[in-house]
Design a protein around this ligand. Structure first.
Ligand code: AMP
Length: 299
């Protein structure tokens, strides 16, 4: 990291104003540069670093945004509790070769009198939709504003938030936003848990419970590899594994399943049988942390 920092020292800019970001992007485009963009809420981990490497590969000028978007949180407490570590994020960004970190504040992204929203269609009603009303509307509204600031040629999203990736892809098609949406596979810790900025709020017992999520997905994958094609059987493998999590030290369940869907990876509609590529998506709560994870079979 120190070596990489040295190489990139002095080349990274931090921009907080929309107009300044637009001016920088216009200048880069005039120079013929291809702008790659990785939007995040900060508290960067190795998953974000992998997205940045993918962005660096796909463009000449790499932009990272760090914006904790208030309108995509369902509870004010979660918004306030979201980890914020900008100084460290700036170091990670610089080491990854980021040319510009865009850090608008909420008052800028939502200017005084703001009243225009982007409401996604049925894709947003599935999976997380019923449990997080308005979440994807907040995501789409903020993301379109960020796209208008950064004017990227390509934007890289993780498959961790698979539903978000699909909805953003649909949005840029529907609104003719000239950006290519690239996907990066989920990055996991050595124990299998998908990396998330929220994982730092998991105590050891919560983490042990959380691990049943990737194990459940893996159990379903093994069944699939052994020839099982009934969605119900794969669903059972996931939910039974999560249901068998060790009890909390004080007794009671240590993890609560919110949903498990075996569905079409394009429409998110549940399937009865695995006939082509199939998404298994899970959301669960361990301690105070909401976990999401997924796996695509047959692609
Ligand atoms: P966030 O963590 O909400 O700031 O997400 C910013 C971007 O990073 C999104 O495109 C996420 O899908 C992606 N991301 C977050 N965690 C992971 C992970 N473990 N693996 C791959 N991508 C991730």
């Amino acid at each position: 990291v120190a070596e990489a920092l040295k190489v990139h020292t002095g080349t990274m800019e931090r921009v907080t104003e929309f107009r300044a970001m637009q001016a920088l992007s216009r200048a880069w485009h005039r120079e013929g540069k291809r702008i790659a963009f990785v939007p995040t809420m900060g508290a960067l981990h190795d998953g974000h670093a992998a997205l940045l490497r993918e962005g660096a590969r796909r463009g000449d000028a790499l932009v990272l945004s760090v914006f904790v978007n208030p309108t995509q949180f369902n509870r004010a407490e979660d918004y306030h509790a979201y980890p914020r570590r900008l100084e460290r994020d700036l170091q990670v960004a610089e080491a990854a070769g980021v040319r510009c970190v865009f850090t608008p504040d909420a008052g800028q992204l939502y200017p005084p009198g703001h009243q225009t929203w982007i409401t996604p269609g049925p894709l947003a009603d599935r999976l997380c939709g019923p449990f997080r009303p308005g979440h994807f509307r907040g995501v789409c509204t903020a993301m379109s504003a960020l796209f208008n600031a950064v004017q990227p040629d390509v934007a890289v999203f993780g498959e961790k938030q698979y539903q978000q990736l699909l909805i953003v892809r649909r949005m840029v098609k529907d609104l003719h936003i000239p950006v290519e949406i690239a996907a990066h596979p989920i990055v996991r810790d050595a124990d299998g848990l998908a990396l998330s900025s929220r994982n730092e709020r998991l105590g050891p017992a919560d983490r042990a419970a959380a691990l049943t999520v990737p194990r459940g997905l893996e159990a379903a994958r093994q069944l699939y590899l052994s020839g099982e094609r009934r969605a119900r059987a794969l669903w059972s493998a996931v939910t039974r594994t999560i249901g068998a999590a060790p009890a909390r030290p004080g007794g009671g369940p240590s993890i609560r399943l919110e949903y498990c869907h075996v569905c079409d990876p394009e429409t998110l509609v549940d399937v009865d049988r695995v006939e082509g590529p199939t998404l298994i998506a899970v959301a669960a709560h361990a301690g105070s942390v909401r976990l999401i994870d997924n796996m695509i079979l047959g692609r």
